[in-house]
Design a protein around this ligand. Sequence first.
Ligand code: PEP
Ligand code: MN
Length: 357
Amino acid sequence: MTIKNNFIKSTKRAGGIIISGPCSAETEEQVMQTAKRLVDIDAVDLFRAGIWKPRTRPGMFEGIGAAALPWLLSAKKETGLKTTVEVATAKQVEDALKFEVDVLWIGARTTVNPFSVQEVADALKGVNIPVLIKNPINPDIDLWQGALERIEKTGTQNIGLIHRGFSSYGNAEYRNAPMWHLAIEMKRRNSDRLFICDPSHIGGRRDILLEISQKSIDLGYDGLMIESHITPDIAWSDAAQQITPEALKELLEKIIWRKENAEISEHLTLQKLRNQIDQLDDELLQILSKRMQIADTIGAYKKENNITIFQASRWNDILTKVYAKNQSLGLSDDFIKKYFEAVHLESINHQNKVMNS
Ligand code: PEP
Ligand code: MN
């Protein structure tokens, strides 16, 4: 049984699992009050709180440490909410288990480091507690997959993935660039795993949480991890992105929840449209293959006549022509550029092969 099935069974809403709580546990009172107010909104499945905070720079608040674990346990006992904390070392795993934490998560700065992930994995052998793995801060899904495999090897059955975006230099719109295509690929590779979006760390600010959350739900994610705080503006970490439990309730009510695995036979229109798309994709492939056959012939001709494969003027002419044509076709210039670059590169590779054969 995957974590997906287990968690979905216990979710408050049909749409997906909701994990919420403060970025960091700060005081016993703050932990307890946040948990109570989250129970009041009746929408949260799992209570999160950072205990050990891997901050990018020293001198920032680095978490209360193990001393906050009893606070989480009291909050759990008082409210009935299951708890989750981030762990990065064997000792942290051991401490979290002592205080009956229900789910562990591996943070983005840990997923990047196979030594750390392995240390956590070794501490998890024979434990079988659910584990959520955030994407690494760098856009490398093999590293993310590697972390998943290290945890899988411990025999841990319930493993989920959290998409929290990727670090990039000078990105003003998001704190961490979502790079949705990477997350979609990870989700495709691990379609039976719980797949959660963390719009708080992607957005870095409150005003875009809804838009990011909705996008992830539209893409078929299984739930959200959203940071909440009783007084977000004075939070000790990540103040700009945290929201009150009541604001979380409002946000969740605005989301349109969608079904990923709707019974397709009940949606004939969708089925027909998908058939059309499949048909067109098939034709596109045939056409591309034909185009590359012509490239092969051109390659042979150029070889015989000693002409270079790449001619800048020809490539510029093609681009100018397709941009002009696209004015009435409604595709984005960005797509046109990426598409033609890919086709052009494939064509060059074909010619290269012929020329050097
Ligand atoms: C967090 O969830 O507070 C956190 C530190 O996240 P990340 O590992 O995604 O930066
Ligand atoms: Mn945070």
